[in-house]
Design a protein around this ligand. Sequence first.
Ligand code: NAP
Length: 277
Amino acid sequence: MTATLTKVPPILNHLFSVSGKNVLITGGSRGIGLMIAKNFVQAGANVLLTSRSEEACKEAAQSIQSQYVASNVANREGCEALARHVAQVFDNRLDVLINNAGTSWGEPLDRKSGKANWGFDKVFDLNVKGMFYLTQACIPLLQNAATPDNPARVINVGSIVGLIPQSAPTHAYDASKAAVHSLTKKLAADLARQHITVNALAPGFVQTRMTQGLESWGATPEKVAQTIPLQRWGNEDDMTGACIYFSSRAGAWCTGVILNVDGGAVGAIQVQLDSKL
Ligand SMILES: NC(=O)c1ccc[n+]([C@@H]2O[C@H](COP(=O)([O-])OP(=O)(O)OC[C@H]3O[C@@H](n4cnc5c(N)ncnc54)[C@H](OP(=O)(O)O)[C@@H]3O)[C@@H](O)[C@H]2O)c1
């Protein structure tokens, strides 16, 4: 018989609480960022979400009762301006930085877009350089929140395509996510003695605006689900659960980790490779 829990047992509160934490989520106006932002607000965190569109940020923030600010984190100035704003809003103290904003671009190798290098630059400017510059700019604020028992946290949203490139012509995107994973490990080593952990979430397929482009390559939602060992797309609980772990007491001794949250996709590809030996 399954008992229905009416009260959260103290051990779960102790391990998984993010209540009262100051949390900045980039790309929080829609998709995975908004999923995480919504659930962190419900868990009692003070969430500041951001993206470029003021209107989209405002609408998202109103729908989940969070704070918001419009900003572009694809350049150093934008990252530094955002960090100054965060310092004001959170009184110089940031417990959790979630570097989630990301963009993709696909183009066959034998076709070159009108603007030279445009797609490649766009992807690297946001996914890699922006992630690095924002983290750098937020270090003083993270230091103010960090203690040996309760480190400040940085969570980077990578991707399974940073581990195993996909078949679509997304050269810049796949390489950018491999760079995110690499920077995660390097920053984790740099910041550990300052009691700041740095981990990455490597999601598999989650239905958002970004994955709408898959259909143009003939990948319907049903076909995609069939390729995933657990036979479904990732969802809000999957994304939030990993971030809650990295942000709470439960994940306090964990740094430099790339966590695949992918329904078994990466494991299955590795097993297929082995089976051909
Ligand atoms: N969906 C998936 O299957 C999947 C799988 C693996 C990894 N990921 C990663 O998960 C993260 C979120 O992706 P998503 O699927 O939720 O995508 P999405 O729905 O396209 O959302 C992207 C978010 O980033 C913001 N953004 C874009 N450019 C920005 C910029 N220059 N400065 C600030 N914010 C910017 C967007 O808002 P504005 O346009 O208003 O700026 C939006 O809020 C990305 O890093 C992505 O690579 C996604």
